[in-house]
Structure formats: C-alpha cells, structure tokens
Design a binder for this molecule. Structure first.
Ligand code: FES
Ligand SMILES: [Fe+2]
Length: 434
C-alpha cells in the first residue's frame, strides 16, 4: 500500500521512514526529481558541437550535448530501437551524430533519426523514419541561467528563473565576482558515493550548527599549525583560515549563520569567513573596481552567502566557487558530484584559492568531508531503529521572521531544514494527486 506523505511530516518533526523506506524513495524519484528542475552541468563543459556529458535525472539516464547550431540539448540516453544506451562514458565528443553500437541506428545531435541499416526492411510496418517515437526523446524543457544548465522532464511548472526565485543569488553572486561576469568550470570532479539517504546531504548543507561540532577537531588542528607558522614566520597562508575558522565557538556560529528561506525549499546561509587581505586578493579587488566602478564592485564583493541550496539537489558556494549536486541512487546511497569554477578575467592566484578550498573540503584526504560522511552513515544506521518513530526539527521552530514567501531563521535555527520538508510535502502531494 502506498504511503501517504502527509502522514510523515509535521511542522517540527518528520517520520524516520522518510530516510529508510525504499517504496517512498521510488515515489520521491518520480514525484520530485522527475518533475522539477535538475542541474545537468555548466555550458563550458561542452565547448564544441558533439561534446556531451551523461547525467542522471531521477531514474532516467540522460545526455547533455551541444548541437550543430551551438544550442544545448538534453536527450534521454536510450536508443528508440531496442533500448540500448547510446553513450556509456561520462563525457566525450560524439562527432556529428550518435550511432547506436547495437544495430547502427543513427541520430543527429538534436536526437532526430538520421538513418537505419536495411531501411526497406521497415516498409509496410508500423515504423516510419518521421515518427518521433523512433527519434531520441528530449527533456521537456531545458533552460540555462548564467551558464548553468537545468532540465525538467515535464512541461508543466515554473520557468527556471521563477523556480530559483531569490536563490538566483547562487549563480549571480558567483558570476558577478568575475571581472567578465562569467565563470568556467574546471573539468575535474570529486565523486563520492555516500551510504546514506539523499536528504541527509541536503539537510547538512543548511545545518548551521553542525560545523562547530563535527568539524571542530579539523578546525583546531589547522589553527594550531596556523599559529605556529604565524609565530615562526610572522605570517600563515590564508587558506588555513578555511579550516581554522571551524574552531570558532559554537555561539559564534549561531550568531553568524542566519538563514534566508525561499519558496520551493531553497535557502541561503550567510557567510562566516572573512575576506582575506593578502596581496592577491587586494589586486583582485583593484581589478574589480576598475571593471565595475567602486560602488558596484564593493556591493558585489560585500555579498555574503556561504551556501545557497537549491532543493532538491544542488548546493552552491558562490564565494568559494564550488557547486555540489547529488544524484540519489537508492534509499540509502547517494552520489555526490563536486565541481569548482574559475572566475573569467581573474588571476591564477584567485583560482588557486578556489582549488585549495575544493581539495581541503572534498579530496579523499580531507577530514572535513570524511567527518560529514561519518555522521550521515550514523544517521542512516540510526533511522532503522524503532526507539522512536520521529526525527526532531524543533530548534528555532516558530521563531522565523518575515514571510509569507521568504522567511529568516536566526541563531542556528533548523528553519531551512523545515523549509525543505515543506517543499518535499508539496512535491509529494502533487505527485500523488492530493
Ligand atoms: S538497440 Fe539501438 S540500433 Fe538496435
Ligand atoms: Fe560539514
């Protein structure tokens, strides 16, 4: 019997089955990931016609490809003959066409059928070359915001810009920091399979208090080395701050990390890292003021978002030039893809800063992501326990200000987590026709 989603979510708590029920997970793929905007990639991944990257949307294997006209298409990765996948690599160039490795059907870069071997074998059958049933199917909609490509598999629903709402800051804050107003992707991705439900990742991105507890030991270790270097040489590389700031007292985190909660489950968490004052950053600031004028440049560089989370699958750190996207695999496993970017027109030194952060937080050697992964594993193992049926989201409940629409959560409130579950319930109810 199908689970009724409304029975699982209350204003300040959710049922443990949300993380542990395989049938519910299938409902989520169908009603959330296959119905809303899903991030496919950045247009700089596809430099020339025929460049493609494979991507998963819900249960659907897809291909993002640049076509002959330069436009980006998102196609189902399935041959309409007998169903074989057309691209099996993560990325590459397919030339002027896709050709199926099984019986040689060929398609143009918009998915249209170009030819089949022994075509006259189809005379007087139900198959015709012009029937769309025998072309590669396309995603219902593809839209690009400042170079970031999203697709959705159903026609109905808001435009990408409407859906993003105020969370457009994810991309505006990142791109505006470029002297050319654009970023390019670095085509190297950390991929991690987490042995936990996808929602644990999404909640963690906006769980402002966890950093001061989970990452305290990494922060303290970095702070000790930073102080030794400072004493010995009078200076310490600015990247130590990425980690040593995590040793801030918990009360300081709570005070700094205000959340802004948008419709559709999106949220923005304020930044806690101070802008470095090293020579490379000062030179970058000079270039920005020259390019935009002092007032505009200072407004851009003063924007203060640490994380912007786009529910259900994306987390962007605009100042740190990083984007994480999740692909749910099973109820208790999730693939995360972690990308970083380069500001067009900024120096190599500014890029190295982003690279340092990317590796310090996400590389296989880091303590930071490893500590997060350990917590999510523990949560996944804990939610099967029947000691209680409920997971608590009480912190700060009822203290949100603002609204309707956008609310503000203060003092380490779990407001953005509750906001995610409001969106979850909307998607699930709509999908189940309630
Ligand atoms: S399955 Fe693709 S040509 Fe037969
Ligand atoms: Fe963390």
């Amino acid at each position: 019997m199908k689970t009724k989603p409304a029975t699982l979510v209350q204003p300040d708590r959710v049922h443990r089955r949300c993380y542990a029920d395989a049938e519910l997970f299938e409902q989520e793929l169908r009603n959330i990931f296959e119905k809303t905007w899903v991030y496919c990639g950045h247009e700089t991944q596809l430099r020339k016609p025929g460049d493609y990257a494979t991507v998963q949307i819900g249960r659907q294997p897809m291909i993002m490809v640049r076509d002959e006209s330069g436009a980006i298409q998102v196609l189902y990765n399935r041959c309409p003959h007998r169903g074989a996948q057309l691209c099996v690599r993560r990325d590459g160039n397919t030339g002027e066409q896709f050709m199926c490795s099984y019986h040689g059907w060929r398609f143009n870069l918009r998915g249209g059928l170009l030819g089949v071997p022994i075509e006259d074998g189809y005379s007087n059958t139900g198959m015709t070359m012009t029937d769309p049933e025998f072309s590669m199917k396309r995603a219902a909609r593809v839209e690009i915001y400042r170079g970031f490509v999203f697709a959705r598999l159903v026609e109905q629903g808001p435009s990408l810009v409407e859906w993003l709402g105020g969370a457009r800051a994810a991309f505006d804050d990142m791109c505006d920091r470029s002297p050319e107003g654009e970023v390019e992707i670095i085509p190297v991705c950390h991929r991690v399979v987490q042995h936990s439900n996808w929602k644990l990742f999404m909640e963690n991105q906006v769980d402002v208090l966890h950093a001061g507890v989970t990452h305290e030991s990494a922060g303290r270790a970095a702070m000790a080395v930073e102080q030794q270097l400072q004493q010995a040489t009078g200076t310490a590389p600015s990247e130590y701050k990425f980690l040593s700031t995590l040793a801030l007292p918990l009360s300081k985190f709570a005070e700094l990390l205000e959340s802004k909660n948008f419709p559709n489950g999106h949220a923005l968490i304020a930044a806690y890292l101070e802008q470095p004052r090293d020579a490379d950053t000062l030179e970058y600031e000079r270039v920005m003021r020259e390019r935009y004028g002092k007032k505009k440049a200072d407004e851009i560089m003063g924007r203060n978002a640490h994380h912007v989370v786009l529910y259900p699958g994306v987390s962007v750190q605009p100042l740190l030039l990083q984007l994480r996207v999740i692909r749910p695999l099973t109820v208790d496993s999730t693939l995360s893809e972690i990308w970083h970017f380069r500001l067009k027109g900024a120096s190599d030194a500014m890029y190295r800063n982003a690279l340092q952060y990317f590796n310090l937080i996400n590389s296989p050697a880091t303590l930071v992501n490893a500590d997060d992964l350990e917590n999510w594993n523990r949560c996944q193992r804990g939610v099967v326990s029947t000691a209680s049926e409920w997971i608590s989201f009480h912190r700060g409940c009822g203290s949100e200000t603002g609204g309707p629409g956008v609310t503000i959560g203060k003092a380490g409130s779990e407001a953005p987590l509750r906001n995610q579950y409001r969106a979850w319930l909307d998607y699930m109810n709509q999908g189940e026709g309630m």
